[in-house]
Design a protein around this ligand. Structure first.
Ligand SMILES: [Zn+2]
Length: 312
């Protein structure tokens, strides 16, 4: 049922409150792997398939990606230990899974006084893999996390800056994690003009979107854009130029409506595509084409179509 119809029903008292319905296991929602795929292949630029919540059916989720309309996913390793698991996935599925690695704010905090050793480990990993077919496509996620209590703010900024320099040295785009830290992150990225990449799980008002766009960054949207309370985010999504737009799931986190309250998986990215298409006044296939092309260009992933048979 279209969102507006559901709201109208709830308003008239003729249906369940649709927010609650979305948060519970809604029998009306189609399983993500049973959805009819879009005509244009998608790329989920941010998921965590190494996460323990995929232990029971990881290979099934991966095997279903093509039939769900996904050309590829970028799996994010959040630290050196996670990198081993993610690399094993890439080795098993080299055409389908691409990867990125960085020391996220949680890994940086866990490393404690051993942060320099962890950074040296990251450098070694890049040295070992960059010249191979299975090179990471980006450095990250790295960034600032103020919602959880982690390292002190200036320490986080310094650890981010060191990794930004590493990314520039290896000519890798960066995947940025930012939670409740817009002002400080803006200061760091403004001072690092050599770096480019993705503001992952972008969540913010149109002014924040404009600020990142002006610095040359891409914005990646996920299920949060479908949440009823996030009209500010839909307003922001509407103003992003098509060539800076990316999609992701952050699976197993942040499932879109109508899959809230359950585990997210890459197939669900098409709900984000549909929401973006609606708020941008475009067709889902246009959003798919732009975001896939942008991801391939930025992350050095082969285009899943030949340019001659596809124009946007
Ligand atoms: Zn993530």
């Amino acid at each position: 049922m279209p969102g507006l119809a559901r709201v109208a029903l709830a308003w008239l008292g003729q249906g369940p409150d649709w927010v609650d319905m979305a948060r519970k296991e809604s029998p009306a929602a189609v399983h993500p792997r049973a959805l009819e795929p879009l005509a244009v292949p998608l790329i989920d630029t941010h998921c965590h398939l190494s996460n323990g919540r995929f232990d029971a059916d990881r290979e099934d989720v991966i095997a279903a990606l093509p039939s769900c309309g996904l050309a590829a996913v970028m799996c994010i390793a959040t630290g050196l230990e996670d990198a081993m698991a993610v690399r094993a996935l890439v080795a098993r599925h080299p055409q389908l899974i691409f990867w990125s690695v960085g020391l996220d704010p949680f890994s940086c905090c866990e490393a404690g006084a051993d942060f320099p050793a962890a950074l040296a480990g990251l450098r070694r990993l890049l040295d070992e893999t960059m010249a191979t077919a299975q090179a990471p496509r980006a450095l990250g996620e790295i960034g600032l996390e103020y919602f959880h209590t982690l390292n002190a703010k200036p320490v986080q900024a310094e650890q981010l800056a060191l990794q930004l320099d590493l990314a520039a040295e290896f000519s890798l785009p960066v995947v940025i994690h930012c939670r409740d830290a817009f002002d400080d992150l803006y200061a760091v990225l403004r001072d690092h003009p050599r770096n480019q990449g993705i503001i992952h799980s972008f969540i913010g008002p149109p002014e924040h979107a404009r600020a990142w766009l002006d610095l040359g960054w891409h914005l990646s949207f996920n299920g949060t854009v479908t949440y009823p309370a996030n009209q500010f985010l839909r307003d922001a999504a509407a103003l992003v130029p098509a060539d800076r737009l990316l999609i992701e799931t952050d699976a197993p986190y942040l499932p879109p409506v109508p899959w809230r309250g359950r585990r997210c998986e890459p197939a669900l990215v098409r709900y984000t595509v549909e929401c973006l298409a609606e708020v941008r006044g475009e067709r889902p296939d246009d959003v798919a084409a732009w975001t896939t092309r942008n991801a391939c260009k930025l992350l050095n992933i082969p285009l899943p179509w030949s340019d001659s048979n596809f124009s946007i």
